[in-house]
Design a protein around this ligand. Structure first.
Ligand code: PEP
Ligand code: MG
Length: 325
């Protein structure tokens, strides 16, 4: 199998009927970028910037952040990198910040909520990103946005840094894309307000599913209890996909679920044609993509989706087998 995946490296992730699927890498260290070519990925679909904060006793300084982001962009060598701004707080506690323990950290003062309440820290990160990009393209996305105003506030801060950088250095990114992660169910019902505003949306399956099923991703006795490959989750994602399509919001998915070829198959059937995943998953998912006749599969998949059935996963597996996937 390993040899088969290596042989796929230079081949496009294209379905039998010609749909191209972009496969991106999830990363958190500059070292992870070494996997880009090896895995045959199209870029980095999720760079978790909080890693640098979590491994350090003190808050990383502006120059340390600039240096990391520059190394990442250099290693990416022109391929797109989506920098996800800090997802700190909750259970990702910083020794340097001395935060209070929370009863429900996943639901707590974390991520974009935390960033917007720590403007000094957040603006320093945005400044580092803009500085690292120089005159190259820059792509940024914000995590755990629950209401559109959080996205707008964060984007305004980013734009201030772009203006400031131009005044100071004469440089600004040649292209700036600003996206939003879909990690809370509430945002799915406000997407129309992001039309023409967010350049893209990326489904963070880990958090989205934990909130959708109300099952803590960190508690082993419940974390695997509910299946992403289930009618409820898939109908929800179908609605997200339709809304994004109606409002011309480009969509993608990251998070661990995209790493399973079966759930990746469900995502591409729902119209998510850009998926970001750990390096080791790219080979198996590309193999799946190249083996499917997507339109034919999709037609059957959507029929199954509307049937009430507890055995949904098995039905989808059987369908995949019927379709030679
Ligand atoms: C997610 O929630 O799916 C995600 C990609 O972010 P993280 O796993 O870092 O919370
Ligand atoms: Mg998340």
């Amino acid at each position: 199998r390993q040899a088969t995946y290596a042989a796929l490296r230079g081949l496009p992730a294209k379905t039998k009927d010609g749909t191209h699927v972009s496969l991106y890498l999830n990363a958190g260290l500059d070292l992870d970028l070494d996997m880009l070519d090896q895995a045959g990925a199209d870029g980095v679909g999720l760079f978790r910037t909080e890693f640098q904060f979590l491994v350090s006793e003190t808050l990383p300084r502006l120059n340390d952040q600039v240096a990391l982001y520059k190394r990442v962009l250099e290693k990416a060598d022109g391929k797109r990198v989506i920098f996800r701004t800090v997802d700190l707080g909750g259970d990702k506690v910083l020794p340097a910040l001395n935060l209070k323990r929370e009863e429900n950290p996943a639901l707590g003062w974390r991520s974009i909520r935390f960033a917007l309440d720590h403007k000094g820290l957040f603006r320093r990160q945005l400044r580092a990103l803009v500085r690292a990009a120089g005159t190259n393209p820059l792509t940024v996305m914000f995590p755990m946005v629950t209401v559109p105003s959080e996205f707008f506030e964060a984007r305004d801060l980013l734009m201030k840094e772009v203006v400031w950088s131009e005044e100071q250095t004469g440089k600004k990114p040649s292209k700036l894309e600003v996206g939003v992660m879909l990690e809370t169910p509430a945002l799915a019902f406000s997407l129309s307000e992001l039309a023409g505003e967010a350049d893209f949306l990326s489904v963070g399956t880990n958090d989205l599913m934990q909130f959708f099923f109300a099952a803590d991703r960190m508690t082993p006795s419940v974390s695997d209890r509910y299946d992403l490959v289930s009618p409820a989750a898939m109908r929800f994602l179908r609605q997200v996909s339709e809304t994004c399509t109606n409002h011309s919001i480009r969509m993608s998915a990251c998070g661990e679920a995209t790493a399973s070829p079966l759930s990746a198959l469900c995502f591409i059937s729902l119209g998510f044609h850009a998926l970001s995943m750990p390096a080791g998953a790219i080979g198996p998912v590309k193999r799946m993509v190249r083996s499917v006749n997507l339109e034919a599969f999709r037609e059957d998949f959507l029929k199954v989706l509307d049937l009430p059935d507890d055995a949904f996963r098995n039905q989808v597996l059987a369908l995949a087998a019927d379709h030679g996937v």
